[in-house]
Design a protein around this ligand. Structure first.
Ligand SMILES: NC(=O)c1ccc[n+]([C@@H]2O[C@H](COP(=O)([O-])OP(=O)(O)OC[C@H]3O[C@@H](n4cnc5c(N)ncnc54)[C@H](OP(=O)(O)O)[C@@H]3O)[C@@H](O)[C@H]2O)c1
Length: 375
């Protein structure tokens, strides 16, 4: 597994806490028939943005979580407390009553727990949306893979640890999907996002780039301009999740954007446009980057070898089901604007992934010394 692939999985699994969402409602169309939506989670990254869209659309939202993370968020939203693990404390007791048009399961990482909530809610919920991941696919990923690609497997399907390098995350996600489908046959919607990015992202992965470009000066950019890159703005994903609820759409969907293949070079141009005018990106080939020990560039992955297919998942099915994407530049600008506010507002949400200044300088020096460097 490459560094970039590994850090995708680690951060996706970690699902840390965050600040209020600031959802751009310009993408949210006219009101729909009100639905009762239960969100398992609701206080991390995806959940708050979904709640914003659902409320703006006139739906009635309830969230279920442990009440540990940002308990003051959404004072007007019904809150049920418990644990995804039925063996812990009150477990799923709070979910023993109530009826729902849709359950959105954002916080399920282990099939025993996802299966327990899906089975408990099956008689009282019309639809169960399980948020999986492209990590659920077997590695190495095929190029232009569809939802029919092979899924990851685990030697021990009952394992309940992610592993030191989160190596069980993908296999567990695949098993959680299967647990959902078993409990809700024909009424499950499985969503497999790639990198979820945008304002409020607690991982600092995508955010590293607009912030680094905004700092200005010479900066290292790995790979080549034509390398593909897939991202999805959290606000686009959440608007679509609510749309799937409104339409009662079932099935399995990759959720990677944008609609047509995005070149890493085009995204770099967006970083330049949004950032400091004196930022000077220095392109450094993937093989030179790979030689630097412990150097991790977030988001980008080499368009070669084991990661060739990583940023090329097909989104045709999702687009047909109504997934829409805002321009990458808007995501870049809004992420940078949010990060600047966040620095002052909520400490702990403003961490960044990516290399340190020293690591970046060392890489640039190594590249300048390389015989392939043309100056
Ligand atoms: N970020 C990415 O790029 C990416 C990519 C692909 C897939 N994904 C998937 O997207 C989802 C991320 O969702 P999110 O964290 O943003 O969701 P969210 O709806 O914001 O929910 C997160 C909340 O779930 C609650 N929770 C966690 N463990 C719990 C437990 N044992 N029992 C009850 N509640 C629990 C926590 O609140 P309390 O602490 O209050 O309980 C946490 O703040 C994950 O399924 C992840 O695998 C992410």
């Amino acid at each position: 597994m490459t560094v970039s692939r590994r850090e995708f999985i680690q951060w996706s699994a970690a699902a840390a806490s965050l600040a209020a969402t600031g959802c751009n409602l310009s993408t949210v169309p006219a009101k729909a028939t009100p639905k009762r939506i239960l969100i398992l989670g609701g206080t991390g990254f995806l959940g708050p943005a979904t709640i914003e869209v659902a409320q703006a659309r006139g739906h009635q939202v309830t969230m279920f979580n442990r009440g540990k993370t940002r308990p003051d968020l959404f004072p007007g939203v019904e809150k049920l407390h418990g644990d995804r693990d039925p063996k812990k404390g009150e477990g799923l007791k709070a979910l023993e009553t109530g009826t729902w048009d849709a359950v959105i399961d954002n916080s399920g990482y282990y099939p025993r727990m996802v299966g327990a909530s899906a089975a408990l809610l099956a008689p009282r919920a019309k639809q169960y949306l399980y948020i999986s991941s492209i990590s659920a696919y077997k590695e190495p990923n095929p190029e232009n893979g569809t939802e029919d690609a092979a899924l990851a497997t685990l030697a021990d399907p009952a394992v309940e640890v992610m592993g030191a390098e989160f190596q069980n995350y993908g296999g567990l996600k695949a098993l959680c999907e299967q647990a959902t489908q078993k409990a809700m046959p024909g009424r499950a919607t499985i969503i497999r996002p790639g990198y979820i990015v945008g304002p409020d992202d607690p991982t600092g992965r995508f955010t590293y780039w607009p912030v680094r470009f905004d700092k200005g000066g010479e900066l290292a950019v790995p790979g080549a301009p034509n390398d593909p890159v897939e991202i999805i703005d959290v606000r686009d994903l959440d608007a679509w999740l609510v749309h799937l609820v409104e339409q009662g759409t079932m099935g399995v969907f990759n959720a990677c954007g944008p609609e047509t293949r995005l070149a890493w070079g085009s995204l770099v141009e967006a970083f330049q446009k949004a950032g400091n005018a004196n930022a000077k990106p220095l392109w450094i080939p993937a093989d030179v980057v790979a030689q630097q020990k412990d150097l991790e560039f977030p988001i980008w992955a080499p368009y070669a070898g084991e990661t060739r297919g990583f940023h090329t998942w097909s989104n045709t099915r999702a687009v047909k089901a109504g997934l829409k994407f805002r321009p990458a530049l808007a995501t870049v600008q809004d992420t940078l604007a949010w990060f600047k506010t966040q620095e002052k507002v909520e400490k702990g949400r403003n961490k960044l992934a990516g290399p340190s200044a020293e690591q970046e300088a060392m890489l640039i020096a190594a590249w300048r010394k390389s015989p392939a460097f043309k100056g």
